[in-house]
Structure formats: C-alpha cells, structure tokens
Design a protein around this ligand. Structure first.
Ligand code: SF4
Length: 265
C-alpha cells in the first residue's frame, strides 16, 4: 500500500492526517496515543493536561502501521500519557507495530515489549530490581530538578549498578512558584519545543550532569534527554540507540508476545 507522504503530517488509523509531535520530528521515533482525553494521573504542572500539548488530546492518535513500516519508525506508546493507563487498549494497539516501546512511571512494568520507566523525583521507587525488571527496562528516565540531587544520585546508583542506562530529563516549570526560592536563580526562561518554561540554566545543567555521572560506577550509562541547546530527538538519538540495544538482546516482537492474549487488534 502506497501512502503519500506529507511532511510534518501522516495518516492515522482513523483515516485523518495528524501532525507529528514536533519533539520527535526528523528522528526515527514516532508517537502513538490510543487513549483519548486527559491523563487521569493528573501530575502537577503536566503540559499534556494543561493544554500545552501540540495537538488536541480528546481524539486518539494512532499512526497508520503501513506508514510506520515504510518510514522504519519506532513507536512510542501513549505519548504524553502513561502506557499503564488503559493498558489493555495500549498493548492491543501496540501489536500493530514491529518496533514499539512503552512508557510508564510504574510500578507495573509488565508490558509485552521494552519499557522506559520514568522515575519521579521522590523517594518511592527503588522497588523494581528483580531479573524480569532488568529484562524489561530499555532505560530509566530520571526526572531531575536541582534541589533533588541526593535522591537522583541514589536512583542512578540503583539502576546503573544493575547495568540499566539512565537518561536524565531536566524538569521544566510553567510557574516559578514551583521552584523553591533558593533554587530560582538556577532557572531561566526558555522555549522548549513549542512552549516557554522555567528551564535549568546551562551552568546548573553542567553541575547536575557532572554530579550524576560521578554517582555511577559507569558514567557512560548516564546520559541526558537532549542538551542545553536542543531538545530535538533527531539530535539526541538516545531512544533509538537504547531501543536497538534492547532489541538485539530480546528479539521477540510485541505481537508474538501477545498472541492468544485476546487483546490483539
Ligand atoms: S532521550 Fe533523546 S531521543 Fe529520547 S525523548 Fe529525549 S531527546 Fe528524544
């Protein structure tokens, strides 16, 4: 099937043309959001629920599998949302794709494919380290803010000691009041993808990254989501690289893992 290619837009399973998420534009990553509507988790300062997502959230967004295959894309499931919300729907739709990974902030990481686990900057999460967890995790995304570095150190040690890469994702804030008074000088107003936020300064970024790498026995296992200059996935490449590393170790596809589960679509 030949699907005409339109730059910045692609055909979705519902038959309408949808814009690509500007963050992943130009990279091998594309996004899929089977679950329409706001995310029920309702985290504070959530850009998705607060109307700063790049498209309306009340319609599902499922890229056409033919287009995905043609473009050799890797699909990030339930973008802007958590793959554990409406998990049966999310895993069912994931069977449409050969190359796909899931995102969750845990604790359920029992997905039929690679998982990016987001560790929030609080002390609730060092609970995942059995053999199956190691196998499922593509990497751990550690949310970083300048005032939580002791916790970040512990999380980094915990995962990298088990050979799991961590990707530092610096938190950005819509409201300055979300940043403790003593740390506000380390943040600066800056555009990120399509919105302006209070973002960590370059100097504070460097200090945090140096500290985070020092916390691990293997500094190469500690990477950052983008750089102070660019949040574009095509300039970073971590998700693609870690997806391919995972796939090399565990070649079974989601659809095979899901066979007979009753959730295939
Ligand atoms: S780690 Fe890199 S590739 Fe992955 S979401 Fe962040 S910027 Fe994009």
């Amino acid at each position: 099937m030949n699907i005409p290619y339109r730059p910045r837009q692609y055909l979705t399973i519902g038959g309408f043309w949808a814009p690509e998420n500007p963050k992943v534009l130009g990279s091998r990553i594309t996004v899929c959001r089977p679950q329409p509507g706001p995310c029920p988790l309702g985290c504070k300062e959530c850009y998705f629920n607060d109307g700063r997502y790049y498209e309306e959230v009340d319609v599902a967004h499922i890229p056409h599998p033919e287009w995905v295959r043609q473009e050799e894309k890797i699909v990030r499931m339930n973008d802007g949302n958590d793959s554990a919300v409406n998990k049966h729907l999310v895993t069912g739709v994931a069977t449409l794709y050969d190359d796909v990974f899931f995102n969750t902030s845990g604790p359920d990481i029992n997905f039929p494919g690679p998982v990016v686990l987001t560790e929030l900057a609080r002390d609730n999460a060092l609970w995942l380290m059995d053999k199956r967890a190691v196998q499922r995790l593509m990497f751990v995304r550690v949310l970083v803010c300048a005032w939580e570095m002791p916790h970040v150190d512990r999380v980094i040690r915990h995962y990298t000691d088990n050979g799991i890469p961590v990707v530092l994702t610096f938190m950005r804030y819509h409201q300055i009041a979300s940043i403790p008074m003593h740390y506000q000088l380390q943040y600066t107003r800056k555009k990120h993808v399509s919105n302006e936020y209070w973002d960590i300064s370059r100097k504070a970024w460097d200090v945090c990254v140096a500290r985070a790498k020092h916390a691990s026995h293997d500094p190469d296992l500690v990477q950052t989501c983008g750089t102070p200059d660019s949040s574009a996935c095509y300039q970073c490449g971590n998700c693609v690289r870690y997806y391919e590393d995972w796939r090399e170790k565990y070649p079974v596809r989601v659809a095979e893992n899901m066979k007979g589960s009753g959730y295939e679509v």
